[in-house]
Design a protein. Structure first.
Length: 247
């Protein structure tokens, strides 16, 4: 059984669907989720009582989770640079993205005897993006949290990894993905030439939860179409180069 947070939208929904098609029983947890899962819970990842109550019900009705995908998250742009002290954005972002992950992972680890966790980081946690300092810090924190868990729980046979997407076609990135001109500018920076569909990231999370990744723990895998390679070669340049090569 897999416990998936953020299952009501975007990546979490794609992860749930992928895990179901791989033969998992999926339990969803989200502020708003009416997903087609074995069980669905509406709750806040920051609320340890709500997460614990959901996991106790899951244990009674199904089993203890052996897979946990922590996809719930928020992104809100900062009102300005750091000296403007936008504490509201800092508090919301750190509390949902980082403390929410601490809460869900902690409640699951209280119950799990074996299995795997996959956290969702972000390329922004590795390469800073202007206007997204709180978000980047929250995701870098998630990555450090996962590595700590990997060490602390290896003796129990529990693995912990992070998948860090670049741009993904979900409601969270709508401001970019829904606007043709902005989308083109972003896609031009991605060597593989397109913003990821959530399914392209979900398949990596499913792999890391599966026994095929039995020897992988403490890793943080970027899934960004090569954007973080930092090359000044645009995706158009890449296509042109292969046009030359084909001649
Ligand atoms: N979309 C991108 O470009 C992108 C890039 C890198 C990382 N991410 C990360 O991917 C993950 C999934 O995001 P998405 O793009 O699918 O966005 P999304 O907005 O489509 O989905 C996020 C889900 O998390 C849920 N959620 C938010 N706060 C919650 C809370 N306090 N408790 C419970 N559920 C809560 C929302 O209800 C929503 O269903 C997030 O962690 C996000 O930071 C997204």
């Amino acid at each position: 059984m897999a416990f998936v947070t953020g299952s009501g939208s975007g990546l979490g929904r794609a992860v749930g669907n992928r895990l179901v098609s791989d033969g998992w029983k999926v339990v969803g947890f989200d502020l708003h989720d009416d997903g087609p899962w074995e069980l669905s819970f509406q709750g806040d990842v920051r609320d340890a009582n709500a997460v614990s109550a959901a996991l106790d019900t899951v244990n009674e009705r199904l089993s203890t989770p052996i897979g946990v995908a922590l996809c719930a998250g928020v992104f809100q742009p900062m009102v300005g640079p750091l000296h403007q002290l936008d504490f509201e954005t800092w508090e919301k972002t750190i509390s949902v993205n980082l403390m929410g992950a601490v809460t869900v992972a902690g409640c699951c680890l209280q119950r799990m005897a074996k299995g795997a966790l996959v956290f969702v980081g972000s390329a922004v946690g590795k390469h800073p993006q202007a206007g997204a300092s709180a978000y980047g810090v929250s995701k870098a924190g998630v990555s450090a949290l996962s590595r700590s868990i990997a060490i602390e729980y290896a003796g129990r046979g529990i693995r912990s990894n992070v998948v860090s997407p670049g741009w993904m076609d979900t409601p969270m990135a709508q401001a970019i993905t829904g606007d043709d001109r902005r989308r083109k500018r972003v896609e031009d920076r991605i060597p593989l030439g397109h913003i990821a569909a959530p399914e392209e990231v979900a398949s990596i999370i499913a792999f890391l939860l599966s026994d095929n990744a039995a020897q992988v723990t403490g890793q943080d895998l970027t899934v960004d179409g090569g954007e973080g390679l930092g090359s000044f070669t645009s995706s158009d340049d890449v296509r042109r180069m292969w046009g030359w090569a084909a001649k």
